[in-house]
Design a protein around this ligand. Sequence first.
Ligand code: GAR
Length: 189
Amino acid sequence: MKKPVAILISGNGSNMECLIKSMDETHPGYPFLVISNNKDAPGLEKAKKLNVPVKYIPNKDFEAKCIDHFRKNKPAVICLAGFMKVLSSEFIKNFDGKIINIHPSLLPKYPGLKTHERVISAKEKLSGCTVHIVNEKIDQGPILGQKKVKVELSDTVKSLQKKILSQEHRLYPEVLKSFLSTKNQFTDV
Ligand code: GAR
């Protein structure tokens, strides 16, 4: 039985698109719902074009409505893909160990926002991206996978962001597949 995968987005949805496209016939999961807290998120149109059901839920009642949607169809995993709202610890506890997130730095370094700016100001030689399990501490949950990117002296925020995003597009599908394939406490629903 294929496992239902929910994806939460706030913006462009390029990671979401890669996740959806990775879920082919042989994949252990299928994208059952994409939810955005931003009605203008370009990712919503992208998901519709890929025939995945979408919902827009405003921030005000986001978590309660999300839980309603997930009550009928329990997700095996909830992928945060450029989802920019901080989730409450009650919500996280509800789906303990089943929410995963992609972050554009080599965690535990540079949690939070403006990672590329901070990496460049600190003259780091390496940066990258991380997929981790979401817990109550922002960007500090157990790490599931990382990819590294060299930071060149000539890099700008834009060029670094572009290099890292292309590694995110490889990393997130790899981690999702192994997360769903591994028979562990997180994937048994
Ligand atoms: C990605 O770089 C992702 O790592 C980052 O937002 C971008 C979303 O791009 N997420 C965060 O910063 C979360 N704190 P996308 O919408 O094209 O996938």
